[in-house]
Design a protein around this ligand. Structure first.
Ligand SMILES: Nc1nc2c(ncn2[C@@H]2O[C@H](COP(=O)(O)OP(=O)(O)O)[C@@H](O)[C@H]2O)c(=O)[nH]1
Ligand SMILES: [Mg+2]
Length: 221
């Protein structure tokens, strides 16, 4: 393995799912190991970078994109999906409608990225700390995930249970099967309209999703 930083592959991963299923909470649990009860809705779409090491030796940079709540209108737009190599589709195990919508997110993903694009999909049931209120069975979710070629996990952003496993497994699959995102990590950072003034691997980058796409992606087509 090369020791140069440039040699570490970079992958863009998008979070998808209905509002309030816990996308932002899962992201912040993974990146910062933090959780805030009743977190206010996200105001700005953003991504966080995280350096991941799997099996104690293989490394990758993930840029994990979170929404600004536009998911409510199903209007995430091409910038959100562009060059994504992994997608995490999240639902709330206590809310059947959020699981039903995972099916439309799968379709949306195919539409936005093209049927032939290799994109690793992980389906995640969140809020397993609320087991008593569960309405979506593990069995039905697993079956659906298998049917669409996705891996499947259940987690709690609140307790942290299972969250690390989601990203470890996704990174393993990405490293094994998918070419890194076309854009280098640095050019993705440049695309961010306003960085927060620091440059650690866990900075929050805010994205203006209202910007119109002018070129068609060479990855997602
Ligand atoms: N009990 C419980 N609540 C959670 C969990 N994850 C998120 N929440 C809560 O669900 C609400 C929505 O979470 P948020 O991360 O903003 O969802 P998003 O809209 O999908 O980004 C917030 O009140 C969170 O505190 C979890 O694992 N367990
Ligand atoms: Mg959010």
């Amino acid at each position: 393995m090369s020791s140069t930083k440039e040699a570490i592959p970079h992958y863009k991963v998008v979070l998808l799912g209905e509002g309030r299923v816990g996308k932002t909470s899962i992201l912040l649990r993974f990146v910062e190991n933090s959780y805030i009860e009743g977190r206010p809705s996200t105001l700005t779409a953003s991504y966080l970078n995280k350096h991941v090491i799997v099996d104690d030796k293989r490394e990758a940079h993930l840029s994990i994109w979170d929404t600004a709540g536009q998911e409510r209108f199903h209007s995430l737009g091409p910038i959100y999906y562009r060059d994504a190599k992994g997608a995490i589709l999240i639902y709330d195990i206590t809310d059947q409608s959020t699981f039903d919508r995972v099916k439309s997110w799968t379709k949306e993903l195919r539409k936005m990225c093209g049927d032939n694009t290799k994109i690793c999909i992980t389906i995640v049931g969140n809020k397993i700390d609320l087991e008593r209120r569960r309405v979506v069975s593990q069995q039905s979710a697993k079956k659906y995930a298998e049917g669409v070629g996705a891996t499947y996990f259940e987690v709690s952003a609140k307790t942290g249970r299972g969250v690390e496993d989601v990203f470890q497994e996704l990174t393993k699959v990405l490293l094994a099967t998918v070419n890194p995102s076309c854009r280098s990590r640095s050019s993705l950072v440049d695309a961010s309209s306003s960085m927060m003034g620091k440059s650690s691997s866990q900075d929050l980058h805010r994205i203006d999703l209202s910007r119109k796409e002018v070129t068609k992606s060479s990855c997602c087509s």
